[in-house]
Ligand binder design. Structure first.
Ligand SMILES: Cc1ncc(COP(=O)(O)O)c(C=O)c1O
Length: 310
């Protein structure tokens, strides 16, 4: 990991190695934290955070689901995110805000504890590997099912949900794959361990609906808009496991992973090993995130870099 200098912790900039929490922090023991993954991109007008408002709104929605009261307004959090990028002098970075129940009372009820907020930002170029965008990734359908709304809320981006994703990811890596695709308890495709999934068949693009247990990805929403705009047909529709195998193209979307083609699922090559529609959408996404599409500059929150010395 490429460390930066500062982490924003409860309204103060703290040196990276000094941003520590007590061992008995509630969230560490019981998974009572909610977080975001956001990116800042280089644009012709300087660094800008992509869809900052939407990410902050999702953070507050995740918190609401857990009855967690973040002790700042969404505008405060958006400002703090920009300040973290600025103080670290980062032109391009990944940003991780985390709201969590702090140290105080143990036991499952988190509500007596204060809620802390930390924001880290660091250089993280490629979540699924340097070559993934070009060569595509090999995926395994996991034996672990995606959490079901009757057990955990999949639409909350909570730390607890990521134990489910981590099991799937470990299983896929141990079996020699790059990423896991998770079905839901109805055996329909939900999403990858940390990305949403899209299918292309006969020129029609589709992605599972939120009811399939997916996180409503900001990148997913961006791609849906770009698909519609490009004149391609789009459906939000269930995808079966066999439809994964018979896709012309499959691709994963996420803030960390970007738009990544899937080359293979469970030993089956996807389509003819080429991904023209994925490539077209990836380019459109890159243009939007890097400020090269004037239609979407409202999605970019500029950051003025003012690196803070320690
Ligand atoms: C489980 C899961 N699904 C989907 C996504 C994609 O969401 P986004 O595009 O907002 O990054 C993520 C990424 O954080 C994720 O962890």
């Amino acid at each position: 990991m490429i460390e930066s200098r500062w982490i924003w912790l409860d309204a103060k900039l703290v040196l990276w190695n000094e941003a520590k929490v007590p061992f008995l922090t509630h969230a560490l023991h019981y998974g009572t934290g909610v977080f975001e993954g956001i990116r800042c991109f280089k644009t012709p007008k300087g660094p800008a955070v992509f869809r900052l408002q939407e990410h902050v709104a999702r953070l507050f929605e995740s918190a609401k689901i857990y009855l967690m009261k973040i002790p700042y307004t969404p505008a405060d959090v958006a400002d703090a995110i920009k300040k973290t990028v600025s103080a670290n002098g980062l032109e391009e970075c990944y940003i991780r805000p985390l709201a969590y129940y702090t140290y105080g009372e143990m036991g499952l009820n988190p509500l007596p504890n204060n809620v802390g907020l930390g924001i880290a930002a660091w250089r993280w170029d490629s979540y699924l590997g340097e070559k993934a965008e070009k060569t595509g990734v090999r995926c395994q359908v996991s034996s672990w099912r995606r959490v079901h709304p009757s057990t955990m809320p999949p639409q909350a981006k909570s730390t607890a949900n990521y134990a489910n994703g981590a099991l799937a990811k470990i299983e896929a890596l141990k079996a020699g794959y790059d990423e896991a695709i998770m079905l839901n308890v109805e055996s329909l495709v939900s999403e990858a361990s940390a990305e949403n999934i899209f299918r292309v068949k006969d020129g029609v693009v589709s992605t599972p609906p939120a009811s399939a247990g997916v996180l409503r990805g900001v990148t997913r929403d961006t791609i849906i808009r770009l698909v519609r705009e490009s004149g391609l047909q789009f459906h939000r529709s269930d995808i079966s496991r066999e439809e994964l195998y018979t896709s012309d193209e499959l691709f994963l979307t996420g803030t960390a992973a970007g738009i990544t083609p899937v080359r293979e699922v469970d030993g089956r090559m996807i389509g003819g090993g080429e991904w023209p529609i994925t490539e077209r959408l990836r380019k459109a996404y890159d243009d939007v995130t890097h400020g090269r599409n004037p239609k979407y500059t409202d999605w970019l929150s500029p950051v003025t870099l003012q690196a803070v010395a320690s």
